[in-house]
Design a protein around this ligand. Structure first.
Ligand SMILES: [Zn+2]
Ligand SMILES: [Zn+2]
Length: 72
């Protein structure tokens, strides 16, 4: 699979090997377009500190989730 954002770049489309898929939209992402964040897992009964789950998102979904959270 190739990076979706690289392949659909309007100015200079390129074929970059994807290293992950966006957790929200499922697009393949290269390392440049990948955002690694963490999130707590609901329902885990352990007291803090507890491990957080990894979340991989693309540029578009990362920006959208930040805006939705009031962080943009
Ligand atoms: Zn890319
Ligand atoms: Zn996405």
């Amino acid at each position: 699979m190739n990076c979706y954002d690289c392949a659909t770049n309007a100015l200079q489309p390129v074929q970059a090997v994807a290293v992950a898929s966006c957790a929200r939209c499922g697009a393949g992402m290269c390392r440049t377009h990948l955002h690694v964040t963490s999130e707590s897992v609901p329902g885990v009964p352990n007291p803090p500190p507890r491990p957080e789950a990894r979340r991989l998102t693309c540029d578009v979904c990362f920006a959208a989730e930040r805006a939705a959270a009031g962080l943009a």
